[in-house]
Design a protein around this ligand. Structure first.
Ligand SMILES: Nc1ncnc2c1ncn2[C@@H]1O[C@H](COP(=O)(O)OP(=O)(O)OP(=O)(O)O)[C@@H](O)[C@H]1O
Ligand SMILES: [Mg+2]
Length: 267
């Protein structure tokens, strides 16, 4: 069938799937020529390959972000601190020395806050200790302080229903949806709700901004992994994420993940 050829087959219900087809000619005893044809559905394999490419891209992005943050935020602060210390050592005037000391203390305080914020961004400790709603609330408070973007959140409905993996998946999906609203919507606020129904916890992030034309088949191209990542993260924990948007009509991201099944807990 030709090496590297992209082959498709059509299921009875009309959907097309990627397949691998192998043909093995053989002769029956009667002397008649036969060909054995094996058709293998490779959609799961293709999905895995796409996912691993996406994970690599996401890890790379994360590293870039981290190095930018380390450089722009902490390296700058530390350099400024070093200069201030030197000035302090040379200062003879008591009043000025006092003020310089205050500025240094202030700068150290800000740097500590910055480090804490970064740790929270990497793996929010609140998520483990105080649960999803609380971790989201403190992430939103940071986003408002740092970027002036307000998330109106209604988080009361959910307590500790999710296991750690599902909670982290939902946290990351909301984080990406809010970051997208902040970067792409053109408005400076979004609304977020968490709700619990039918064994699923659902997070909805809605902005009334410029919107866009979502492509359901978006592949992780140009280093854009946000939307695909949300869907894949939800799918990995047995849930689903959908993005609804159209130009001029704002954007809604809705992600649902199943709550821990008490019967299976402790397995
Ligand atoms: N809330 C939104 N409002 C308007 N446009 C959006 C919104 N969310 C996503 N988009 C559009 O969809 C595109 C794809 O989003 P996606 O999150 O996949 O990539 P990205 O945010 O550009 O990059 P990253 O990989 O860092 O997330 C964005 O570039 C933007 O054009
Ligand atoms: Mg994004």
């Amino acid at each position: 069938m030709g090496e590297g050829l992209e082959l498709q087959a059509v299921r009875r219900d009309g959907t097309a799937i990627p397949v691998e087809i192998s043909l093995s000619p053989s002769n029956l005893e009667s002397g008649e020529g036969h060909v054995i044809c094996a058709v293998r559905d490779i959609s799961a394999w293709k999905r895995m390959r796409r996912l691993s490419g996406m994970l690599i891209a996401a890890a790379e992005n994360e590293r870039k972000h981290l190095s930018r943050e380390l450089h722009d935020e902490f390296l700058q602060s530390l350099v400024a601190l070093k200069i201030r210390m030197k000035l302090l050592a040379d200062e003879r005037d008591d009043g000025k020395r006092e003020r310089a000391r205050d500025r240094i203390a202030g700068e150290i305080h800000d740097t500590i806050r910055g480090v804490k914020r970064m740790i929270r961004g990497l793996l929010p400790p609140e998520l483990e200790h105080r649960g999803l709603a609380s971790a989201l609330a403190s992430a939103f408070a940071d986003i408002r302080d740092v970027y002036g973007f307000t998330v109106h959140a209604s988080l009361d409905a959910v307590a500790d229903e999710l296991d750690a993996v599902a909670a982290l998946a939902l946290y990351r999906i909301v984080q990406e949806a809010v970051t997208n609203a902040m970067r792409h919507s053109g408005v400076n606020e979004a609304a977020m709700t968490l709700s619990l129904a039918d064994g699923m916890v659902t997070a909805t992030v809605r902005d009334e901004g410029g919107g866009f034309e979502p492509d359901p088949e978006t592949l992780p191209s140009d280093g854009r992994v946000g939307l695909t990542g949300m869907r894949e993260r939800a799918a990995l924990v047995g849930g689903a994420a959908i993005v609804k948007s159209s130009p001029g009509k704002g954007t809604t991201v809705r992600a649902s993940v199943p709550v821990a099944d008490p019967q299976r807990q402790g397995e």
